[in-house]
Design a protein around this ligand. Structure first.
Ligand SMILES: Nc1nc2c(c(=O)[nH]1)N[C@H]1C(S)=C(S)[C@@H](COP(=O)(O)OP(=O)(O)OC[C@H]3O[C@@H](n4cnc5c(=O)[nH]c(N)nc54)[C@H](O)[C@@H]3O)O[C@H]1N2
Ligand SMILES: Nc1nc2c(c(=O)[nH]1)N[C@H]1C(S)=C(S)[C@@H](COP(=O)(O)OP(=O)(O)OC[C@H]3O[C@@H](n4cnc5c(=O)[nH]c(N)nc54)[C@H](O)[C@@H]3O)O[C@H]1N2
Ligand code: SF4
Ligand SMILES: [Mo]
Length: 766
């Protein structure tokens, strides 16, 4: 027997853990952690089950065309050749584009919870080369809130906690022990060094049990906690007023009557409407803001507080600095009121503020716990404002934007013209949200398919994603998938969504293809690593990578010129060139190459923040411009409540599975054979439910079965369900059939997946 080791990384989720595969006579037999790798300290059970995933008997191994009507249980798959399949897809795409590119929509699975990250940029490039303004993925319930929404305040994404130097870590609706192992490892290392840890989570999940402080908010109430913590820091003067004065919009004056930021144009007819106005405490006068980053303001006598009556062109107005207005918002949330809404004892809120203030620098991470809500944007803005007060952004030990390998951006966003982009579904309703980038929600896509509003969409080409299980409002998804004129899906297995496809194209798993990771996200050292993951084994059957499929389609559509002559190898070389790397060099270094990237802190001192004012913005004029609240605030979820649904349904992820995947892998399934619902023993007792019993969860939209898992750490009125199960004919374990897709965040379109009124009932054994 020949044994061979291959260095790579697990591509199954965003952690991208460094690993080593073992091949015995060319067969993948195991995958182990690679401690030499910056993300290789640990591997989860999903990576360890890699061999099972590769050799799973239910893999789709050939291109398949349906022969029976949609909606029938059996699509009557007919095996066809790749040439026939690709010609068919390209023909349908061309027909749609010729009529109008907007008729053609693209889909892609989540790059954070699948390996489609390997092809994510090329899929975007194809959509953009086709001039399609519409691409659906999970962003509004997923990465938007960490990668893009923080830009309202920070001018960029959330950054990454500088775990090596941080004093206090705040994990807010983020459970890395399940969802991002490399971050969990980094938190634990920081703890060993003495860093403090605060976890905000309705469940005592993962690292919460070992935290200095675990705060248990009622789902969806996070915004009040952020404002309440900000209030405590402000009230006690424990915030960085020098940072706020010099580097944030805190001193900018806002007119009380209409809420706009005063500018030079308010002061004189030829004044600069980009220049903001401040109150100078030294002179006791209003003046134009003396500096704009990067010309660092040395002024510290700009007023952050107070109320001023000033003369502007249109007359006398009362105005206050942005900070004063934020202070007012925060003052509305004393700890006792926070306690009343969140259920967190006031003393714990105060203890958290003290822990933060006494252990700076603070770093934080938040993800789906705060983002899958109909008030997600405001929750996130409140947390970002709280963080802004500490002055730790991009400072050592704070949330830092580490240097990234300078690979080329190949997504082709600018190929879609502003006129074409104006057609993006949901753009009129949510111009400051994901539609800016052409990312649409399934609700908007499926309404366009079913109702033809605002225009019909007839053709969907999706690279993975199991819409029927991962999106709320299952009925609409089903109706739309049935109604599409043409739906092609690239997949590993025949999911419920795949059963509605006209054409099912087999993709190989990440273990069977190369993949590029330019920077691993967890630290400065990890960010400097570029790795070209080798295929551990050849593709099973006729399966191919999504990248190969994209390039084959591009060639057939006459887009070869935009795809490097249709040659993925040339494309890869082009992508790597700015980093001074080549595919050959990376292949010769399978564990990856570490670039000499330098960590620069407080980059705003050179460049300003990437906001319109160049400063951290607590007040967002663009949001105001589209009729939204320019300041963070707490807004109640708006999900209709009825007495018959007294409990609150939330959802979370589990180590064994990503979303709707992996239930077909016996070693994982053995660890979690059936869907679970976590409930408090009191709630269980009230309904005669014991641990392990099947129970029914019901909402105004629908119901599902799952097994009770009693958890005394939950609030008695909170129920945490799973989603993504499709192994039961009656929909057991599919929480999304219980959630109304019409409750969503006005800016981002995020769904209320974490806060929905429900009731439970015991199910008698069948
Ligand atoms: N094993 C596994 N790992 C994954 C994935 C997976 O499916 N499985 N998916 C990947 C993807 S795509 C993503 S987006 C990430 C997500 O990563 P996380 O956001 O860490 O994932 P979750 O466990 O869904 O949610 C985090 C926590 O939010 C809590 N929570 C629920 N409601 C609320 C609330 O209202 N407020 C607060 N503060 N907390 C709340 C939950 O109890 C949970 O512990 O994980 C990635 N990694
Ligand atoms: N109720 C509730 N719903 C949720 C969430 C929640 O917390 N609660 N979480 C949400 C989040 S954060 C996300 S990101 C979404 C995820 O939503 P989806 O992206 O739809 O994720 P999955 O349901 O896992 O479906 C992914 C599909 O892609 C396939 N796949 C995996 N790898 C590849 C690949 O490399 N190429 C191709 N072509 N296909 C591949 C898998 O076989 C699988 O069928 O779900 C969201 N839905
Ligand atoms: S956490 Fe698990 S699934 Fe995610 S990359 Fe690491 S080993 Fe893979
Ligand atoms: Mo996600």
């Amino acid at each position: 027997m020949t044994t061979e080791l291959r260095h790579g990384y697990c591509a199954l989720c965003i952690s991208r853990c460094g690993c080593v595969g073992t091949l015995e006579d060319g067969i993948l037999t195991r995958v182990d952690a690679d401690p030499e790798h910056p993300t290789g300290q640990a591997l989860c059970v999903k990576a360890k089950a890699a061999a099972e995933a590769v050799y799973a008997p239910d893999r789709v191994l050939h291109p398949l065309r349906r022969t029976r009507p949609k909606g029938e249980a059996d699509p009557g798959w007919e095996r066809i050749s790749w040439d026939t399949a690709l010609d068919l897809v390209a023909g349908k795409m061309r027909a749609a584009i010729t009529q109008a590119p907007r008729l053609l929509a693209f889909g892609v699975a989540t790059p954070s919870g699948t390996a489609v990250a390997d092809s994510f940029a090329w899929i975007h490039r194809l959509a953009h080369a086709c001039h399609s303004p519409n691409l659906v993925f999970a962003t509004e319930n997923c990465n938007w809130h960490k990668d893009f929404a923080p830009a309202y305040t920070f001018g960029a994404g959330i950054g990454m906690p500088d775990y090596e130097h941080t004093g206090c870590i705040l994990l807010w609706g983020f459970n890395p022990a399940t969802s991002w192992l490399a971050q969990a490892t980094a938190v634990q290392q920081a703890r060993k060094r003495g860093a403090r840890l605060i976890v905000v989570d309705p469940r005592r999940a993962g690292l919460a049990a070992a935290a200095d402080l675990w705060l248990r908010p009622h789902p969806g109430s996070d915004g009040t906690l952020a404002l309440g913590l900000a209030h405590l820091l402000i009230e006690s003067g424990r915030y960085d007023d020098t940072f706020l004065t010099r580097w944030s919009d805190a001193p900018f004056l806002v007119a009380e009557d209409d809420g706009h930021l005063l500018t030079g144009a308010d002061l004189s007819a030829d004044g600069d409407s980009e220049q903001r106005v401040v109150w100078n405490e030294a002179t006791g006068t209003m003046q134009l803001c003396p500096s704009r980053p990067p010309n660092a303001a040395t002024e510290t006598r700009l007023a952050l507080r107070g109320r001023y009556t000033v003369q502007i062109l249109r007359g006398e107005v009362i105005c206050r600095p942005v900070f004063e207005r934020l202070v007012e918002r925060c003052r509305a949330w004393p700890s006792t009121r926070v306690a009343a809404v969140t259920g967190i004892p006031a003393e714990q809120v105060e203890a958290a503020a003290n822990l933060i203030a006494e252990n700076l620098p603070l770093s934080f991470f938040t993800w789906t716990g705060t983002c899958q809500h109909s008030n997600a944007t405001q929750n996130g803005r409140a947390i970002a404002a709280l963080y802004g007060l500490t002055g730790c952004l991009d400072a050592p030990g704070g949330n830092v934007w580490f240097s990234k390998p300078p690979v080329a951006d190949v997504m082709g966003f600018d190929w879609v013209s502003p006129e074409e982009r104006a057609l993006t579904l949901g753009r009129d309703e949510r111009p400051q949200g994901p539609p800016q980038k052409g990312w649409i929600t399934s609700r908007d896509l499926f309404r366009a398919v079913v109702e033809g509003e605002p225009y019909p969409i007839s053709c969907l080409i999706s690279f993975g994603s199991n819409f029927l299980l991962s999106k709320p409002n299952t009925r609409l998804s089903e109706a739309a998938l049935k109604q599409l004129d043409f739906f092609a899906l690239t997949e590993l297995v025949e999911t419920p969504t795949a059963r509605y496809a006209d054409l099912l194209l087999p993709v190989c798993s990440a273990w069977e293809r190369e993949g590029l990771q330019a920077g691993f996200q967890v630290s400065a050292a990890a960010e400097a690593r570029v790795q070209l993951r080798p295929a551990f084994v050849p593709p099973q059957g006729e399966s191919r990578s999504d990248t190969w499929i994209v390039f084959e389609l591009a060639k057939r559509l006459g887009l070869a010129d935009q795809f490097f002559g249709g040659d993925p190898e040339a494309a890869l070389a082009e992508m790597l060139a700015p980093a001074g790397l080549t595919p050959e060099a990376l292949r010769a270094a399978p564990g990856g190459i570490t670039l000499a990237l330098e960590t620069r802190y407080r980059k705003y001192e050179q460049n300003g923040f990437a906001t319109p004012s160049g400063r951290l913005e607590l007040h967002n004029e663009r949001l105001r411009g589209v009729g939204l609240d320019p300041l963070p605030d707490y807004v109640a979820s708006g999900v209709p409540n009825e007495p018959r649904f007294p409990l609150t349904l939330t959802t979370a992820k589990w180590p064994q599975y990503c979303h709707s995947q992996q239930r077909n892998q016996p070693s994982l399934r053995r660890r979690m054979p059936d869907p679970l619902v976590e409930i408090h023993p009191e709630a269980a007792g009230a309904h005669g439910i014991s641990d392990g019993d099947w129970l029914q969860v019901t909402t105004s939209i629908g119901g599902m079965r799952a097994r009770a898992k009693l958890d005394r750490h939950l609030a008695p009125d909170v129920v945490c369900a799973q989603y993504g199960w499709w192994q039961y004919a009656d929909g057991a374990g599919d929480a999304n059939r219980l959630i109304d897709g019409e409750c969503f965040d006005p800016v981002a379109g995020s769904n209320s997946l974490r806060n929905f009124p429900c009731q439970i009932a015991r199910l008698l054994p069948a």
